[in-house]
Design a protein around this ligand. Structure first.
Ligand SMILES: Cc1cc2nc3c(=O)[nH]c(=O)nc-3n(C[C@H](O)[C@H](O)[C@H](O)COP(=O)(O)OP(=O)(O)OC[C@H]3O[C@@H](n4cnc5c(N)ncnc54)[C@H](O)[C@@H]3O)c2cc1C
Length: 327
């Protein structure tokens, strides 16, 4: 059995957990172990939506740890709940998404199961022995890792795969259980959660088109055409750290290792050099168009398409053409 720890939100199973489900299903199929089960811990915001997502991914059973002591997140308690299912079901793999919570819980799970763990995994290379590719150093370096053991824990890097539905959807059975929790499991618990004011990154991380801007914008006043392009394409603005450090744009627009990770269909990177820390946040874009005066800038050499030129000339020309075509 392949067991996936899923995180939920009011829309059902989170995007990164659905990605982890797709990844786990593919692993199971290649390992000859297609039995895919899920575990969710604590209250579910919308059970029907969660089950719809799980059924679509081919999950046969949802193990729901429903215990009031789990209402507040705590890594050790969540891990105890996951280990309960993994041990009783003899899971061969425990998979989850590489979110901060996912990583934290899975690290506890691997310790409790005394088994191997690979984090930031982006691809399955081989099944015997289990070999995966993973990204490190903020996505700038790729490693191949072999896990010589019977059971393994895998944290899947965000946006490494698309959440593709299974060939056949399932009706997912729900098994509610109360995991065995010790006092020690409950020592660390979240007591309050609050959103940082003005730091809503959802428009950027969920955008299908992102117009990126770097130092090449020139100044805080240099964004007018870039913002117009963003509006014409129905997208979001993303910027480099130089731009936020200089105070030209707010931090929640930053893309990269210390900003948001984006995976749009199109990333138009204007006046951005493509430093490794920026690349870490945009490398999952399906198509990258770089606009830059330097033909040797890493963003240009790694992009699918590039326009070599001054963004203050190129972007207004694109905007004009888009407006003309739209009449
Ligand atoms: C620990 C750490 C974490 C970091 N995290 C991040 C992060 O999350 N995100 C991030 O972005 N950076 C991050 N950085 C900073 C990163 O290393 C780079 O310094 C930064 O990404 C560079 O921003 P930039 O490309 O806008 O500027 P520059 O590197 O100065 O590049 C500007 C580019 O614009 C081009 N250009 C200039 N004028 C024009 C013009 N008129 N038209 C077209 N092109 C023009 C130039 O040719 C150049 O390629 C981090 C650094 C560290 C050390």
């Amino acid at each position: 059995m392949i067991l996936v720890l899923v995180e939920t939100d009011p829309q059902g199973v989170t995007l990164t957990s659905r990605e982890a489900l797709t990844f786990a299903r593919t692993m199971g199929e290649r390992m000859g172990d297609p039995q895919l089960e899920a575990v969710a811990v604590g209250p579910l915001p919308d059970t029907a939506a969660v089950l719809a997502h799980l059924g679509e991914q081919g999950v046969t059973t949802l193990h729901h740890a429903d215990d009031e002591r789990l209402a507040a997140y705590g890594a050790a308690a969540w891990a105890a709940a996951v280990v309960d299912v993994a041990s009783s079901g003899a899971a061969r793999l425990v998979v989850g998404s590489g979110t901060p919570r996912g990583m934290e819980v899975l690290a506890h799970v691997a310790t409790r199961l005394d088994c191997l763990m690979a984090a930031n995994v982006i691809a399955l290379e081989d099944t015997d022995p289990l070999t995966v590719s993973r990204q490190v150093m903020g996505g700038g370096v790729f490693e191949r890792m072999r896990l010589d053991g019977e059971v393994a824990v895998v944290a899947v890097a965000g946006h490494a795969v698309d959440p593709v539905p299974a060939a056949e959807s399932r009706t997912t059975d729900v098994r509610t259980y109360e995991p065995a929790l010790t006092d020690a499991d409950l020592l660390t618990r979240v007591v309050r959660t609050e959103k940082a004011a003005g730091e809503d990154t959802s428009a950027l991380t969920g955008a299908k088109v992102v117009v990126g801007a770097g130092r090449g914008a020139g100044s805080a006043d240099g964004f007018t055409d870039l913002l117009e392009l963003k509006d014409l394409l129905g997208g979001a603005l993303g910027v480099s750290r130089v731009v936020t450090s200089l105070g030209w744009r707010p931090h929640h627009e930053q893309v990269g290792q210390t900003g948001s990770r984006i995976s749009p269909d199109l990333y138009v990177a204007c006046g951005i050099s493509g430093a490794i820390q920026h690349w870490a946040g945009c490398q999952s874009a399906k198509t990258i168009l770089a606009i830059n005066t330097d033909p040797d800038a890493p963003m240009v050499t790694q992009a699918h398409y590039a326009v070599i030129g001054d963004l203050h000339e190129v972007v207004p020309a694109i905007n004009e053409e888009l407006r003309r075509r739209r009449g």
